[in-house]
Design a protein around this ligand. Sequence first.
Ligand SMILES: Cc1ncc(COP(=O)(O)O)c(C=O)c1O
Length: 409
Amino acid sequence: MISNRASEALAGGSLIRKMFDEGARMRRELGSDRVYDFSLGNPDLPPPGLVASAIRELAFDPPPDLHFYMNNAGHEAVRSAIARRIARRTGLPVAASRVLMTSGAAAGLNAALRVLLDPGDEVLVLAPYFVEYPAYIRNHGGQPVIVPCDPETFLPDPGRIAAAMTPRTRVLLLNSPNNPSGVIYPAPVLVSVRDALARRGEELGTRVTVLSDEPYADIVYDGRTVPETLSIFTDMILCTSYSKSLALPGERIGYAVVHPGAEDGDRLFAAMVQAHRSLGFVNAPATFQRVIQRVYDALDALPDGAAGEGGALVDVRRYEVRRNRLHGILTEAGFECRLPEGALYLFPRAMIADDVAFAMACTKEGILLVPGSGFGMPGFVRLAFCVDEGMIERSREAFLRVGRTFGTR
Ligand SMILES: Cc1ncc(COP(=O)(O)O)c(C=O)c1O
């Protein structure tokens, strides 16, 4: 009944989903209190206050066209609000005419890949990477080419990127803050990547578009900031969403921006709008476009600097507390683990070389984590810390037992 392509995709499956199913089985067998599930990056904090007020206002006093179709690129008011904020941040002349409201970052990435790739074209993917990237690329006939980052720092290596380029390379996919490593790529590294792309592109007679996936740009710790990729790259499309920053992953709301200086940018943007429509997203969810617009309107109405972004960002401080606590427990158990700078994940080394076997062994202690192989980086495991603080605390003894069984300390 189903196509060969769909059969292959099913057989590949996602290690995250497998761990999720394993978790359901374990909860039935052991009871929820004895299962420590760090497998899914599903933000569990409530959306910030301004979102709740906007939803309430729209429910009780809806504009007459609330549920209508609109321009496929999205409502003009929200696109303008986003463009204004990006222009203010970057100093670039970003206009609403280059902002496409999307059904989350996932839809933006798919629309972009749709318009950038012909069958057989190659996309450079930096490992470790978000598990869905290879599937997104194959959706549009593309070929993922995996370029490993440095296994100590998880930073991209411009030399390796240049070496991986061929005449078929069309896109470099970037994701910072990174899922799963939690690393923020620093501006000088991004500048070196840009220069490497340009140098090698000139030799090959090609131009590579940077597709920058940034849903964690606001989820950063220790007072860090994320470099403005739009200020570094020009042939670039930025895709992002409110899934993490406003804790709205199920609502499917985000946007894509085509850089004002991108080559053939107007046609690129028009093609993206068309692709987002014809891929079946049609337009981003209407009510949540209005919610985002109202959140920005409310922020604009605040006196300058009075509340900053207060009320318009999930409680990142609470994630930071969880990050610190889980990192402390892992370190105590003998894991080798960097402290993530952003995003919602810890990415320690597995305690044995085979990360899949290690993840399976952890299930014996009730711990669910995802093998690094699923992110293109074997030898590591990923733990999502957007989970209940109580569960983190309860998991300590189980991690210590894992440490005693496998650790070297
Ligand atoms: C790196 C990365 N990109 C994209 C997505 C998809 O996000 P969205 O919900 O905005 O489609 C996720 C979701 O976890 C992610 O981690």
